[in-house]
Design a protein around this ligand. Structure first.
Ligand SMILES: [Fe+2]
Length: 350
């Protein structure tokens, strides 16, 4: 059987405002163009499915939703089915009804949960569960949605199940604040184990990583408008292959490519200046520069998802110690510890 080829993205935080701040997410002003690159690249790759795991727009504002929807319609009309989960920011300035009106016409759907915006989609014996963990007050699912989920899992006998959500399954580097990122239903992970689910794909963190616990793997997707413009690529045939890839801006939109290099450099310079000022108050100039460079190297690896290749050294650990009060030390050490294996490629049998 021909393998199913899927492109996954999340956390566009799309804004139609041409003056939106781009100091933290460098390509914020180019969301429309980046969606255009996705379309061209997916057509060339002959992709079978496009998945977006929430935080589609920056706040759910009408103008942002409508522009984003228009671009997604072009992808749908090109023959690529679309799945979307909800994200927390999608409801900042948008009601559940407005969300439905905007995105439901775009979606490929097999069964819908009557009590939330969750739904399933079955293709080639694979059941995708696009879960709505964001439209309610808490991060997670109601009792009714948990029952609907179990019903879907019962129906999935002899199928491969892929669980999709915006918020995360497992604790991660922000383990002191799980209420801000982790799905709160205590019975969720046991339920997924009970029905032999092996793969969950989530988002919200903006940087890519993979965690596995007791044969259940969670892939966390990168955000495409942050550098270096990554997306998830998943191929499911006799086995499963996942890797983080980069959008080919150079090929599909050379003008955007050059503008993006400029933007990223500016963004990195600003970050560097901030850290340098911080270290200069405590150390001589040479040491402050060394510490800033050390941290910059870490950030580059962090954004690219290549922490496994990052070597810690005494200067770096010392630099981290200086960041203790900000909470960054603990966070960075956790990430280093949990990225012993590469996050770039995962191959597994199903
Ligand atoms: Fe989010």
């Amino acid at each position: 059987m021909k393998p199913l080829r899927i492109v996954l993205t999340s956390d566009f935080h799309f804004s139609a405002n041409p003056n939106i701040s781009d100091q933290i997410i460098p390509l914020m002003r180019y969301g429309k163009e980046v969606l255009g690159v996705f379309l061209k690249q997916m057509q060339d790759m002959q992709i079978d499915l496009f998945i977006l795991c929430g935080d589609h727009t920056v706040s759910g504002k009408k103008q942002d939703r409508e522009t984003f929807q228009k671009e997604l319609f072009k992808i749908k009309e090109s023959g690529i089915p679309i799945l979307m989960t909800t994200g927390n920011h999608d409801f900042d300035l948008c009601s559940i009804e407005e969300y439905q009106d905007t995105y439901l016409p775009l979606l490929a759907c097999t069964n819908q949960d009557p009590s939330s915006l969750s739904y399933s989609y079955v293709k080639d014996n694979i059941r995708f569960l696009a879960m709505d963990d964001s439209s309610q007050k808490k991060i997670g699912f109601s009792e009714e949605t948990m029952q609907w989920l179990e019903h879907e899992l019962i129906q999935s006998e002899n199928q491969t199940v892929i669980f999709l959500s915006h918020h995360n399954l497992f604790l991660n580097a922000w383990h002191k604040n799980p209420l801000q990122y982790q799905i709160q239903n205590k019975d969720l992970i046991p339920l997924l184990h009970k029905y032999g689910v092996k793969l969950a794909i989530t988002a919200h963190q903006h940087v890519p990583y993979i965690q596995t616990q007791d044969s259940l793997t969670e892939i966390v997707l990168p955000a495409p408008l942050a550098s270096p413009f990554q997306y998830g690529y998943l191929e499911i045939g006799d086995d499963l292959h996942y890797e983080v890839r980069n959008l080919d801006l150079q090929k599909y939109n050379p003008l955007l490519y050059w503008a993006s290099i400029q933007k990223v450099n500016n963004c990195h310079e600003l970050r560097k200046t901030g850290f340098l000022k911080f270290f200069e108050k405590r150390y001589d100039e040479t040491t402050a520069i060394q510490m800033t460079d050390s941290l910059q190297t870490w950030f580059d690896a962090y954004e690219k998802g290549t922490l496994s290749s990052f070597q810690t050294d005494p200067l770096f650990l010392h630099t981290l110690h200086e960041l203790h009060a900000s909470g960054y030390e603990e966070y960075i050490l956790y990430l280093l510890k949990h990225h012993e294996t590469s996050v770039r490629i995962l191959t597994d049998t199903l």
